[in-house]
Design a protein around this ligand. Structure first.
Ligand code: JEK
Length: 246
């Protein structure tokens, strides 16, 4: 998968070199390219923001640098793979999908991560200040390959942290990225309950014993205990995830 990121803070994405995703990059499974939006601002001060039209607090990102950055990325995608823009957006298009992290977007979820992991090319546009001039979203939405996605119902200072979280969730679903595919198989059979608690050695730590059933070697009893833990935990902290009882 190819991922382009447009940001005024490229340093946020240095962490993509670490851990699982760094290895995926080294192994050619993930091709991440970070672009500094200021490199597409052509005035002397490389200005990317301006005052909100109609008044209001804060600043808004100017459309021109965004247009230049996104056009350059889309052009390079087309040059790399000339067929990608041929199909219609609702007909299995392989054209890049542009994601604008936004507090006004659809809320990100595991099912969305699965959808996005099936894409060939994602482009993340990370806004700052009060966000990006709406005409940028409208301009690229005309191609039918734009999504506004929110990380959750709280306010961040920009799209960078949301982009990192989404890339981590998507990246671990790509074939060959997670070391032990068994853990992904387990997840794909998910029923929406919270997970069971995990333990390792030693069997006693600070007077706290591992639940004895886990040392019993009785695999059916272990599976039953874990499933009950999942139900109990879900009822305690996320009852809305439980199937409706009648
Ligand atoms: C992208 C700029 C900062 C801060 C004003 C007024 C109520 C806030 C934009 N889950 C998520 N939360 N926040 C973001 C996110 C924040 C961003 C940008 C994503 C670009 N900002 C900012 C305040 C406001 N609003 C009405 C909400 C707007 C995000 C994601 N993904």
């Amino acid at each position: 998968m190819r991922i382009d990121i447009v940001t005024i803070f490229p340093g946020y994405f240095d962490t993509l070199e670490l851990s699982l995703l760094g290895k995926a990059k080294d192994r050619g499974l993930l091709d991440v390219r970070v672009h500094d939006l200021r490199g597409f601002a052509h005035d002397r001060h490389r200005t990317v923001d301006d005052t909100p039209t109609g008044g209001g607090a804060g600043m808004v990102m100017k459309p021109e640098p965004w247009g230049a950055a996104l056009d350059a990325i889309l052009l390079s995608a087309q040059e790399a793979e000339p067929g990608v823009f041929d199909a219609e957006p609702d007909n299995g298009s392989q054209a890049p999908l542009i994601i604008f992290p936004s507090p006004a977007g659809e809320v990100f979820s595991q099912s969305m991560a699965r959808e996005l992991a099936a894409e060939r090319h994602l482009v993340f546009g990370c806004g700052r200040y009060e966000g990006i001039d709406q005409r940028v979203v409208d301009e690229y939405s005309a191609g039918g390959r734009v999504r506004l996605i929110s990380l959750g119902d709280y306010v961040l200072n920009g799209g960078e942290v949301a982009t990192l979280a989404m890339i981590e969730a998507i990246g671990r679903l790509l074939p060959g990225v997670v070391g032990n595919p068994e853990s992904l198989v387990e997840e794909s059979h998910e029923d929406g309950l919270l997970e069971y608690p995990s333990f390792t050695k030693p069997a006693t730590w600070r007077g706290r014993d591992v639940p004895p059933v886990l040392l019993s070697g009785n695999h059916a009893a272990i599976a039953a205990w874990r499933q009950q833990q999942r139900i109990d935990r879900t009822r305690a902290v996320r009852p809305e995830l439980l199937p409706p009882e009648d």
